[in-house]
Design a protein around this ligand. Structure first.
Ligand code: F6P
Length: 546
């Protein structure tokens, strides 16, 4: 199996799609629905209880076929197999990409054994914790877990912990500290009792500046609260691929949870990095979370492209971004507990596909990864939906909701869902000037008032949305939802011909921050800095100046 390296611009479909896209800029969704009464039937896919409805998009069967041809020409199915069968497709770091193996989707018996033994170590720890057998230096059971990590070592577990709050095992508290701003750790520690607190230092590399600073600050706090050096191992666990450094920090062997370097940071919640999540919801629920992702893996690996949810999600994104010029993509979960979902997706998507060098090493001319943004509904309706309805830019939106509530009153959930449904309808249907005028007339408004206000009350409509519905926001369907998005990102990387599993773009800032910190420590500003950077440094280095 060979991993493809095909510029989409060299495919025969590329020019056809460019030509075709011109006709789609003024696509009328109302006409599309009236011309095809079966539009929903023709533009949706179900996998188990997961519904992906993409009928309210600027797409017809012919454009979809071309997009599917593009995927074929870019050898998408070979790429999918290369990932699942463990080829080193992360070529810039010379690694396999096997987060799918963590949820039981690898065929390799050796890899399955490695995963099983890591899961069994997690299970043992989580069960002991819940039985009150993990104890602190005074013999009290540990009741508060503080996960210290950043990026993938924080966003996945923190988002999932919040999403699954109704499933938390009672009597335990899980907190997350990520920011190097000491205010983050301090806020958490204000609520912590040292005797019952265990810190999990989650870092793939165990060298990340923010995490190590917070880990050392947590250690200092623990010591200052009377926990002695000799008992440190009772209050610190570590999750890392760098066992040596975790040991050096003072974590004892049976509190170190390893994982393999074929797990990318932003895809690591399925590995031992998910320990804090498993502590929150219990191991059985964590297994359900993995099972939901496994089901998405099977769907992705074995469904034909035209019935494949991640493939269709990806092709739509490419259609809007690369061909129709949309630079952003909104993700709008109508679920309070999915408040961190957009942030999690930002890392998965933007750290993966925010690139402009192709797998051939050449600069790419087409648009790649979009800006991912969003917030929960209905809150967003009272914040930025104005722009979605009447603004001047094209913003494709993903609306996500669960049909049944797990943590809400039935009636409130119905109101939530009625808003969820109404928004996608309003966004595409809009409201004509004629409708506005007749409504205003019926309300007894004067002609002057109508002339003055009517244009402002028109909704042009034709705002594209996709709808994702799951039966319930539970561990299984959360796992499935996340895995569907991960695979969407994979498909887009393949078609844009970029390496989605490295993140060289975050390195430069880290190096410069190191240099600047050194200059600040020495009280000496390097003359190589530009005038703006020098002035900013002077400001922060001379408190009197402010
Ligand atoms: O931001 C860069 C990054 O390397 C992410 O990809 C990663 O998730 C994060 O830093 C944290 O890295 P680590 O788990 O090694 O501390």
């Amino acid at each position: 199996m060979s991993f493809p390296n095909i510029s989409p611009e060299d495919t025969t479909t590329w020019t056809s799609l460019i030509n075709m896209s011109r006709g789609y800029r003024n696509f009328s969704l109302s006409i599309a629905f009236s011309e095809d009464p079966d539009r929903f039937k023709n533009f949706h896919v179900r996998h188990e209880g997961f519904l992906f409805d993409y009928s309210k998009n600027f797409l017809e069967a012919i454009a979809r076929n071309y997009l599917l041809d593009l995927a074929r020409e870019c050898q998408l199915s070979d790429a999918i197999e290369a990932m699942f069968t463990g080829e080193a497709i992360n070529r810039t770091e010379n690694r396999e990409v096997l987060h799918v193996a963590l949820r039981g989707s690898s065929d390799d018996p050796h890899i399955r054994d490695v995963v099983a033994s890591q899961l069994s170590a997690m299970k043992e720890f989580v069960n002991k914790l819940h039985r009150g057998e993990i104890r602190g230096f005074k013999g009290n059971p540990i009741r508060h877990i503080v996960n210290i990590g950043i990026g993938g070592s924080d966003l996945g577990p923190a988002m999932a912990c919040e999403a699954l709050r109704p499933f938390h095992v009672p009597g335990f508290k899980i907190s997350f500290v990520s920011n190097v701003d000491g205010a983050h750790l301090r806020t958490v520690l204000k609520e912590a009792n040292v005797e019952e607190t265990l810190f999990i230092i989650a870092s793939k590399t165990f060298t990340t500046q923010e995490t190590m600073m917070n880990a050392h600050a947590a250690k200092a706090w623990y010591l200052s609260q009377g926990g002695g050096e000799e008992n440190l191992h009772l209050h610190f666990a570590a999750i890392s691929t760098n066992i040596k450094l975790a040991n050096q920090f003072g974590v004892k062997q049976d509190f170190i949870f390893g994982f393999e370097d074929w797990v990318g940071g932003r895809y690591s919640v399925w590995s031992s990095i998910g320990l804090s999540l498993a502590c929150a919801i219990g191991f059985e629920r964590f297994q359900e979370f993995l099972n939901g992702a496994h089901s998405a893996d099977q769907h992705f690996r074995y469904s034909s492209a035209e019935k494949n949810i991640p493939v269709l999600m990806a092709l739509l994104g490419i259609w809007y971004g690369t061909f129709l010029g949309a630079e952003t993509q909104a993700v709008l979960p109508y679920a309070h507990h999915l408040s961190k979902f957009p942030e999690w997706l930002q890392q998965v998507d933007m750290e993966s596909n925010g690139k402009q060098i192709g797998r051939d090493g050449l600069r790419i001319n087409h648009q790649t990864g979009p800006v991912i943004w969003g917030a929960t509904g209905t809150n967003g309706q009272h914040a930025f939906f104005q722009l979605l309805h009447q603004g001047s830019i094209l913003v494709p939106c993903d609306f996500i909701a669960a049909a049944r509530p797990v943590d809400s009153d039935e009636r409130q959930h119905q109101v939530l869902l009625s808003n969820f449904i109404a928004q996608t309808e309003a966004l595409y249907k809009g409201k004509t000037i004629e409708a506005v005028i007749s409504e205003m007339r019926a309300a007894g408004k004067s002609s002057e008032e109508i002339d003055h206000l009517a244009p402002h009350r028109v909704f042009r409509g034709d705002r594209p949305t996709s709808t994702i519905l799951i039966p319930e926001l539970n561990p299984y369907y959360l796992g499935m939802l996340m895995a569907m998005y991960e695979h969407k990102v994979f498909v887009q990387g393949i078609i844009w011909n970029i390496y989605s599993f490295d993140q060289w773009g975050v390195e430069l800032g880290k190096v410069l921050a190191g240099d600047i910190l050194k200059e600040m420590d020495e009280g000496k500003i390097n003359s190589n800095h530009d005038s703006s950077t020098r002035a900013i440094m002077e400001y922060v280095m001379n408190p009197g100046m402010q």
